[in-house]
Design a protein around this ligand. Structure first.
Ligand code: PLP
Length: 376
């Protein structure tokens, strides 16, 4: 019966990050620098809010788009960033992952194209393809991970339904420059193309980085995807939200209903507390780790575009004369350090190093990587 199943689902690959990490976990004393998950615990006030909500009996079905007070709190929170989303323009989701899935299932007809700048967060391709779409890669590796007008125009076709922007970016940590965003605006406002902003790292920035969502005049075609996972160390809570113009949000809310009905109430109450939490201390820690890892990478003679956000760096290994998978496997087996080959992000010639790990882990990982490079 397996042959009767959806061929797109059957062809979908498992995450390369998880495969590498599972291999690393089998190797004693291996240093993991492969996963993009904060090493902090969820803040105490957030955990407390969930417990109190449970004790208050908030265990019944809430409204589909979200608990009204939660949507109100998100609207207020986003207003401080300069965004004007009313509560009825927000849908609470199971992390950004469900948000992205709703968006693409909601906007795509079979064969519609979505432009995705590469390298990109590995799940995008499968989410788009499972929604019936076609992912059109737009290579940024030769342009310091910025989008050029020439490559954008080459990627646009009559079938283009959307473009997916992720800044700060996973895996590069790079933010789009204001000039890049202005160029995108200039081209995209001439066309009826959805702009999906995956802004899950927008609070984890080390220099001010603006999102495409700043262009409020394009609100009719803009969809912003958000998550509690990264800024509040809440990966396991599975909480996020999507914001869009009211008519679009209403359609996405319907899809959310038929996907999972709603998000648990007590999780939404915890999320409300999280919005009150200032992650500045965590951001400072990541900044310090970023500076440390970048200086070690530079000391090893590898080229790197300095990351300005998220908790990844993406050095080039091109001059080593091996592909990213060979490098990743050799580093794992010979030096016991797990990083993710760029190949898994459509970024051949690079590797992703996550620095959301302890100072000791980073030091040990960098020492081992340096020794490995010297041995080549
Ligand atoms: N988008 C990007 C760019 C990510 O890096 C991740 C997780 O790593 C997600 C979305 C998914 O986040 P969530 O945990 O909210 O589903």
């Amino acid at each position: 019966m397996i042959n009767q199943m959806n061929p797109t689902l059957r062809a979908a690959q498992l995450s390369g990050i998880r495969v590498i990490t599972a291999m690393a976990q089998e190797i004693p004393d291996c240093v993991l620098l492969s996963i993009g998950e904060p090493d902090f615990d969820t803040p105490e006030i957030v955990r407390q809010a969930a417990k109190e909500a449970l004790d208050a009996g908030l265990t019944h079905y809430p409204p589909t788009p979200g608990v009204p007070a939660f949507l109100e709190a998100i609207s207020e929170f986003e207003r401080k960033k300069g965004y004007d989303y009313a509560p009825n323009e927000i849908v609470a989701t199971i992390g950004a992952t469900e948000g992205l899935s709703l968006v693409f299932r909601g906007i795509l007809n079979p064969g519609d194209e979505v432009i995705v700048p590469t390298p990109y967060f590995g799940m995008y391709r499968q989410i788009i393809e499972l929604a019936g779409g076609v992912m059109v890669p737009l290579d940024t590796a030769g342009d310091d991970f910025q989008i050029t007008r020439e490559k954008l125009l080459a990627a646009i076709s009559p079938k283009t339904k959307g473009i997916l922007l992720n800044s700060p970016n996973n895996p590069t940590g790079v933010c789009y420059h204001q000039e890049t965003l202005e160029m995108l605006k200039e081209e995209l406002e001439k066309r009826k193309i959805f702009v999906v902003c995956d802004d899950v790292y927008d609070q984890l920035v080390y220099t001010p980085c603006k999102s495409f969502a700043q262009f409020r005049e394009l609100k009719d075609r803009m969809i912003v995807v958000q998550s509690f996972s990264k800024p509040y160390a809440m990966t396991g809570w599975r909480l996020g939200y999507v914001m869009a113009d009211a008519p679009i949000a209403a359609e996405l809310s319907k899809l959310h209903l038929y996907t999972c009905t709603c998000i648990p109430s007590f999780i939404q109450y915890a999320g409300m507390q999280a919005l009150q939490y200032d992650p500045a201390e965590m951001v400072e820690t990541y900044r310090r780790r970023r500076d440390y890892v970048c200086s070690r990478i530079a000391g090893m003679g590898l080229e790197l575009v300095k990351p300005e956000g998220a908790f990844y760096c993406f050095p080039s290994i091109q001059k080593l004369g091996m592909d990213s998978e060979t490098f990743g496997m050799r580093l794992l087996k010979e030096a016991k350090v797990a990083v993710v080959p760029g190949k898994f992000f459509d970024g051949e010639g690079f590797v992703r190093i996550s620095y959301c790990y302890s100072d000791e882990g980073l030091e040990k990982g960098m020492d081992r990587m340096e020794r490995f490079l010297r041995s080549l």
